[in-house]
Write a protein that binds this ligand. Sequence first.
Ligand SMILES: Cc1cc2nc3c(=O)[nH]c(=O)nc-3n(C[C@H](O)[C@H](O)[C@H](O)COP(=O)(O)O)c2cc1C
Length: 316
Amino acid sequence: MSKTKKPIFILAPMDGISDRAFRQIIKGCCPPDLFFTEFTNVDGLNSVGVENTKDRLIHPKTENNLIAQLWGLKPENFYKTARAISNQKYGQFLGIDLNMGCPDKTVTKNGACSALINNRELAKEIIEQTKKGLSKGLTISVKTRLGYNQVDLTWIEFLLNQKLDYLIIHARTKKELSKVPAHYQYFTDIIKLRDKINIQTKIIANGDILNYRQGIDLAKKYNLDGIMIGRGLFQDPFAFSPISPWTKYSVNQKIELFKKHINLFEKYWEGKKPIVLLNKFCKIYISNFSGSKDIRQDLMESKSVTELKTKLDKLL
Ligand SMILES: Cc1cc2nc3c(=O)[nH]c(=O)nc-3n(C[C@H](O)[C@H](O)[C@H](O)COP(=O)(O)O)c2cc1C
């Protein structure tokens, strides 16, 4: 990726979604400049639970523009994980992103992710230990929200003072979850703050951006360095493409793409992840055509990958 490209486009980290198989599908449709892994717990990686956790990071050599997203509580585990990533223990990464935005109670109740907005001392220590463990040339970033209960630009100011390579901002507060439209208007002040505090930090906008065109318009309006897209890929797996062919895709083409996804899921996760996890993806491929709702219902009841593929073959 060129260092001067602006805006860059990034696939959002999505737990249970943006795994190796999904990333490969998106790469085949129209790759963004950077991909993020699902969030991965550093305390799990450095415990007896390592076997279950490390699969989130391991990836094939062909994935060469990947950022590892980490979360956790113990700064020393961020350091150890940054060392391991620098030593390519899980494959090659371009950098590490720290999750300081996830609003889920299961993580915030222990003080992790978005709860760090209210614990800047720990947030600072986590960033410092990660930096200390990272080899030169790898990037460090934080993905966060505009604030905890309300918009709080002192949090953004604090992060800009940590000299990050990227600051990714999901333009809502923690309290708002995804229930209100993203507040892009704050990017005017955020860009001003960035220009004043640390011009090197690239500002990436996230939240409700559905596709390339919308990303380009938003980046132009607010002078953003990058755009991160997550759920937009459910409406169009070619969302990173300037001219998406998706609306013209035939039912057969959609089914073939779903089959490709299933084959990748089988290749990477057979015996590790249950087939029901594939149901989350069904709506991407089996929608917007006559009878798609009923077909989806039937496909999602499949008990094995073989049964699912047989049903799809009958539809072709
Ligand atoms: C199913 C799902 C899982 C998510 N998992 C993560 C995650 O692991 N790490 C993270 O930082 N954000 C996670 N997010 C939030 C997204 O990265 C993104 O910030 C949010 O969906 C808003 O962007 P969008 O409107 O483009 O989807 C997740 C979102 C969804 C829908």
